[in-house]
Every structure is written in C-alpha cells, then in structure tokens.
Design a protein around this ligand. Structure first.
Ligand code: NAD
Ligand code: UD2
Length: 307
C-alpha cells in the first residue's frame, strides 16, 4: 500500500479522492489551508497539515517520504481569479511549481509522480467543438492562464527534473460536498441548494452557455488510474463526458428531479465567461481504457440527496 500527499484534500474533489485512497488501503496526508475546504470533509484516517501550497517549506515537509502527490489545491473560481488576480496566481501557479519542485526529492532524495488538476479553462474561447487536447489554447481568465502555466511547468518538471506528471483538464465537476453557499462555487451546487431552499436562481447571461458536466466519482477514478500508471512524459488529458448541457437545460432537469420550481433572475453575463465548453474524451479513453460513466440524471440525483 502506498502513502500519498493530497493537496487540497479538504476540498470538494480532494475529499472524495481521499475517501477513495483510504478505502483502497492507502495512507493519505492532506495539505490544505482551509480557505474553501472544510475540516468536516476530511476523513478522520487522513493526516491533515494546515498550510499553504505556495510555501516551499510546508510542501517539502508534507511531501517527505510519500510515494506520489495528487495536486488539487487551488482557487477553483474563475470569478475570484478576476477579483484577486495576484493572490490566485500565487496559489494556482506558484503553488504548482512548489509542488513539482518538492516532488523532485520527496522519496529518498529522488522523484515521485504528480497527478494534478488542470482545467478546461485553458481552452478559453477556442472555436473547436468538441475540444480536443490539440485544440487552440486561448484562456480568457487569469485562472485559465495559470492552469496553462501549471501544464508548462509540468513539462519542465519532466524534461529537466525527471518528475513524471499527469495533468487532467477537468471540465465542470459536480457532486455531493461541493460548497453550495459560496457565490464562487460551481453552478450545480448553487442551483441545487437554491431549489431545495425555494430561493430564486441567478442566471448570468441568457442561460444558453453550454458546459460538459462531469460527476466527481468519475474524476476520482481517472486520478487514481493515472497514479497507478504514471504517464511517461508530461501528458495532459481532458476529463470530460463529451455531452453538452446548457444552463437552461440543467435548470429544467434539476426542477424536474426536485419537483420544485423557482424564479429565474437574469443577470449580466460574467466577464471572461466561456460560451461553449464541451470536451472530447477520446485521448483519456485510449490511455486509461475507461470513460466517465455517471450520467447527468444519476449524478444530479446523487447531488440533490447529498450521496
Ligand atoms: P475546492 O475549492 O473545493 O478545493 C480546493 C482546495 O484547495 C480547498 O480545500 C482549499 O481550501 C484548498 N486551497 C486553496 N488554496 C490553497 C492554498 N494556498 N494552500 C493550500 N490549500 C489551498 O475546489 P475543487 O472544485 O475541489 O477543485 C479542486 C481542483 O480541481 C482545483 O485545482 C481546481 O482548480 C480544479 N478544477 C475544478 C473544477 C470544478 O469544476 N470543480 C474544474 C476544473 C478544475
Ligand atoms: C468551472 C470551474 C473552474 C474551471 C472551469 C472549467 C467551479 C467553481 N469552477 O468554471 O474551476 O476549471 O469550470 O471550464 O467549479 N452561473 C450562473 N449562475 C450562478 C453560477 C454560475 O449563471 O449562480 C453560470 C456562470 O456564469 C457560467 C456557468 O454558470 O456560465 C458555470 O459557472 P461555474 O462557476 O460553475 O463554472 P465555470 O465554467 O465558470
């Protein structure tokens, strides 16, 4: 059994990943500053170090002796990267460099593999549909640029320092435990909570923007598979379903599932918002021999019931 470091392990995706790793019999150390993550998300069996992923000493200490690192700590909000440009850059890009650097000497002075979260935001307003890994990269936000920077530094980690890295461009991940109370959280968690509370929802723009929603359990399956079979070079894969859902369609389905209707308030579109984001899952399917298997109806039901 292995010992893994999970940065951001008290967050939405990181806590699901930690659950899986522990269930598989591994040891887990979490490094998290609890900025958006919650102690309550941490499985008791995981060791928690409260610290900043952009602090080299904290990360080196946390990584000492581990067999691999899952790097998920980040400011996950596109909107926040607009409001707090410098601070999010420090976490999102410097944090990744610090992690790759620590991975160089983590075990017996030698390198350990890193599996890390990139994002579909690297494509920005790329005109390709669906988006393949070779599509043009035209990030529209500081968040997207920083995630692209992570991928570039991952190449350095491999080519210069021999650290094997696998990056996943997550599309829009959803599921239980995604914080419904923060305006910076994912749209599904916000809409689901509002419906259950009978409150109006805000739709930014006309609601015809399209996303590729991925259930968190599927994300965890790809992350663990990548750690078991680390990529030989600094490979990057889409983590997506290939299925488009507009915001208005999403609301219709949520209303049907919850048997509730709420008023829809249209707000101005967010600056830097991507219009159409649909990924091509073919490269990841070929590499890992699997696909995202949770459909939107099942995933939304699980989200609404919190399971
Ligand atoms: P989240 O906010 O729930 O989790 C992020 C975690 O990182 C939190 O626990 C937070 O406290 C921690 N963190 C933030 N800044 C930190 C710092 N400076 N030092 C240490 N810990 C810090 O978000 P999430 O949705 O679970 O996102 C996980 C990863 O996936 C992020 O890298 C995010 O950019 C990426 N991602 C998420 C989505 C999505 O749809 N949720 C899509 C694409 C990429
Ligand atoms: C998500 C991820 C981000 C990133 C990207 C990948 C979150 C919080 N962000 O960004 O980490 O990697 O996917 O492409 O998970 N919206 C509303 N009303 C609301 C909230 C959102 O209309 O109350 C709209 C928003 O303007 C956008 C869409 O819903 O058009 C999705 O927004 P989001 O914040 O869930 O995710 P996104 O795609 O900006």
């Amino acid at each position: 059994m292995a010992h893994y470091l999970v940065t951001g392990g008290c967050g939405f995706i990181g806590s699901h990943l930690t659950d899986r790793l522990l269930a598989d019999g591994h040891r887990v150390t979490i490094l998290d500053d609890l900025s958006t993550g919650r102690i309550a998300n941490r499985p008791k069996a995981a060791r928690l170090i409260v610290g900043d992923v952009a602090d080299p000493e904290a990360v080196q200490d946390a990584a000492r002796g581990v067999d691999g690192i899952f790097h998920l700590a980040a400011v996950a909000s596109v909107q926040k990267s607009k409001e707090q440009w410098t601070a999010t850059h420090r976490t999102n890009q410097t944090g990744a460099v610090v992690v790759f650097d620590a991975a160089r000497t983590a075990r017996d002075g030698g390198p350990v593999p890193v599996v890390y979260a990139s994002s579909a935001a690297v494509y920005g307003d790329s005109p390709s549909v669906p988006l393949g890994e070779d599509s043009e990269l035209r990030p529209l936000s500081a968040y997207g640029v920083d995630k692209l920077g992570c991928e570039m530094h991952a190449r350095v980690a491999w080519q210069i320092h021999g650290v094997r890295t696998t990056g996943f461009r997550f599309f829009n991940v959803y599921g239980p435990r995604q914080d419904p109370h923060s305006p910076y959280s994912g749209v599904i968690s916000i809409f689901a909570r509002r419906l259950l509370d009978g409150c109006p929802v805000d739709i930014h723009g006309d609601g015809e923007q399209v996303r590729d929603f991925v259930f968190v359990g599927d994300v965890v399956r790809f992350l663990t598979a990548a750690m078991e079979r680390p990529a030989p070079a600094a490979a990057v894969y889409n983590l997506c379903t290939g299925r488009p859902t507009s915001l208005l369609m999403l609301l219709d389905v949520l209303e049907e599932l919850s048997r509730r209707r709420v008023p829809r308030h249209h707000q101005p579109a967010r600056a830097g918002d991507i219009r159409v984001s649909i990924g091509d899952p073919a490269k990841a399917r070929a590499a890992f021999g699997m696909t995202c298997r949770v459909g939107l109806l099942d995933g939304l039901s699980a989200t609404l019931t919190g399971r």
